[in-house]
Design a protein. Sequence first.
Length: 130
Amino acid sequence: MNSGIDLLRIEDLGISFAMIGGPLHAVRRANLRVLPGKVTALVGESGSGKSVLSQAVMGILPNTAHVRGRILFSDPEKPGTTQDILQMQRDGTEIRALRGSRIGKIFQEPMTSLSPLHTIGNQVSESLQI
């Protein structure tokens, strides 16, 4: 993959979890580029590893995860620097500084997400009435 101006580059990412019957391979050899000014969609069936991959980018995988590969983040506010998220301490100051301010995740749980088809006021008032 070309390093160029990628905001985020995932290279050969593998994520597995130790199970009693052997490892569960949640993500195998994933490669992905997120370019500035472009929309990147991660689409797949239920159980295909989308959430696990996004948790790896955020640095919020459970301790039981075994991760290999690289997740490279190039902060546009720090030109010329690239950080490998997988090399950061799990809950260290580096990853915590990225979470929420430079890298974020929008959770898609249907019962906790807002609908773009209805006003926020209607959705909030409906939940208060229930």
